[in-house]
Design a binder for this molecule. Structure first.
Ligand code: PLP
Length: 291
């Protein structure tokens, strides 16, 4: 089912999650999960994922195992909302690690908004499980990989009965004709997909290595088109100075309560733009915070 961005479909998934006793949510979590779950007064149980471990690999085996410890054994009346790859850390959960949870939880919603950034053979999608699991919902977005944020287009893959129910709830005509046309063109554009994968692996390595070399910064390995960076100095101060000196805006992580002022997130961009970010950061960091 196409939607007005995956955010619209998340709203309907959350309406269903809210009918359950509780929804388990790995944190830090994308802010819109809180918005949509709260809109229907869902009970949310945050499950913290330690992010300071596994700095050498992007697949969050230990982090996922640690977050799983908070899932109840008897979860027959509970829901689970997962994000894979995970925003804001850029970590990937193995499909094999998620699949057993389909037997445990009444409803599992997996937001795969950033999955397209992985090569097809590296993706850990659960789409092929939908056929056998009526309690699974997959959300995908065209905002990220296809850079179509303003057009608003995403889709859900789930049991047809569930999607028919959602159809009764939503506003009519939620996907506009331009978004539909761009979506069809984008999804069929194999050369664009190939170019994007080639660009990303090169540009992300350059960014990761450049950030690692800067004093006081520790980027987390990411499979997505962004990178979460741990900082010894205040991220907000770095953000302000970088904006002032270089006209580059990095995203602070104050909206993720678990991260606060010692983290920021940066997008992977072109090689030149990444270099501009790295040079700007180097300039800011070489000054003492008291200067
Ligand atoms: C993890 C995640 N899921 C979903 C979305 C929403 O995407 P869309 O533009 O398709 O509504 C975002 C957007 O930032 C996101 O970060």
């Amino acid at each position: 089912m196409p939607g007005n961005g995956s955010a619209e479909l998340l709203t309907w998934a959350s309406r269903e999650l809210a009918t359950l006793e509780a929804t388990y949510l790995i944190t830090p979590a994308f802010g819109d999960y809180w918005r949509s779950l709260k809109a229907f007064d869902a009970q949310v149980v945050p499950c913290p994922m330690p992010i300071g471990i596994e700095t050498d690999i992007a697949v969050a085996k230990e982090g996922f195992a640690a977050a799983r410890l908070c899932f109840p054994e008897m979860a027959g009346k509970m829901g689970l909302l997962l994000n894979n790859p995970h925003n804001p850390t850029g970590k990937l959960f193995a499909a094999d690690a998620i699949a057993p949870l389909l037997e445990q939880f009444a409803l599992v919603v997996v937001d795969e908004a950033f999955m397209d950034f992985l090569l097809p053979e590296q993706q850990q999608s659960l789409i092929d499980q939908v056929q056998n699991h009526a309690n699974l919902v997959i959300l995908r977005s065209l905002t990220k990989f296809y850079s179509l944020a303003g057009l608003r287009l995403g889709y859900a893959i789930a049991h047809p009965d569930r999607l028919r129910r959602w159809q009764q709830w939503r506003d009519p005509w939620s996907v506009n004709v331009l978004a539909a046309a761009a979506g069809i063109a984008g999804l069929g554009d194999l050369p664009f997909q190939q170019r994007t994968w080639e660009w990303l692996s090169q540009a992300r390595s350059q960014l990761f290595e450049g950030l690692s070399a800067l004093p006081g910064l520790q980027p987390l390995p990411s499979v997505a088109n962004y990178c979460l960076v741990q900082s010894e100095q205040s991220a907000v101060q770095i953000q302000q100075e970088l904006l002032h000196n270089s006209r580059v805006l990095i995203r602070d992580c104050l909206s993720f309560p678990e991260l606060g002022d010692r983290y920021f997130r940066v997008a992977v961009r072109t090689l030149e733009e990444n270099q501009r970010l790295l040079s700007g950061l180097a300039e800011v960091l070489q000054r003492s915070p008291l200067d």
